[in-house]
Design a protein around this ligand. Structure first.
Ligand code: URA
Length: 232
């Protein structure tokens, strides 16, 4: 048999090499192309790809792709739903009113957004009118988020609100029932918590109120993080 028949299967010759993570045409632009684990070797390359992404219907109306903020080596990974107007304008997650409240919640247990947390969303582009992202939009974006989780490799993942829970674990139980409960997902420790926007709509601080429950949950998270860091 001629040598060139064999060389067709010779990865070293480049014939069957997987698309490289710097091949901009191969990966992000169609939702029919999966983003398998290991696609990215750095968060910077991932962010560059995301900024040219056309995988779903949210792309044409966005101002900025909202990839992340915080520390790329953070022990806590926080997942929101999707960018709002301010996030779309600034290109960073949780910079509006919800973000300000999130910062306060974290600071109340001495968590610093620059050092201790990495923040991203289920979808990286703003759904028009802040509607909930569709299943298709979430699916198109999920590979990026899973790669972010793999590369940051956090000790704890916090899922803010029902969309984040559904987008990651697929669980559809109402957030009120499951908030504050530890979950194991893909070998990682996760906790569903209320979305800060929900707390803004429920200002009571009385015992049993959403804000009070969030205070319990974030203290539980702090205690667990201290335990995990001490065991390292
Ligand atoms: N709400 C979210 O879920 N994410 C953001 O980035 C901002 C508001």
């Amino acid at each position: 048999m001629a040598d060139d028949q064999f060389s067709l299967f010779d990865a070293a010759a480049g014939a069957i090499a997987a698309p490289s993570s710097t091949d901009f045409d191969a990966i992000p632009t169609s939702k029919s192309i999966p983003i398998p684990p290991g696609t990215y070797d750095s968060l910077d390359t991932l962010a560059t790809h995301c900024r040219s992404c056309q995988r779903c219907e949210l792309a044409p109306s966005r101002t900025n792709v909202v990839v992340s903020r915080g520390s790329t080596t953070a022990p806590i990974f926080i997942i929101g739903e999707g960018p709002g107007q301010q996030e779309d304008e600034q290109g960073k997650p949780f910079v509006g009113k919800s973000g300000q409240l999130l910062e306060k919640i974290l600071a109340s247990v001495r968590l610093d957004t620059e050092k201790d947390v990495y923040i991203a969303n289920i979808v990286k582009c703003r759904p028009p009118g802040n509607r909930v992202p569709t299943a298709d939009e979430m699916a198109a974006c999920k590979g990026y988020l899973l790669e972010q989780i793999r590369l940051v490799d956090p000790k704890i993942i916090l899922l803010t609100g029902a969309t984040a829970v559904k987008g990651i674990t697929g669980e559809k139980t109402g957030i009120t029932k499951i908030r504050g409960q530890w979950r194991e997902w893909e070998g990682r420790l996760c906790m569903p918590i209320f979305h800060p926007a929900y707390l803004l709509r429920n200002p009571s601080r009385d015992k049993g109120s959403p804000k009070w429950l969030m205070w319990q949950d974030i203290q539980t998270v702090r205690t667990k993080l201290d335990e995990l860091l001490a065991a390292d």
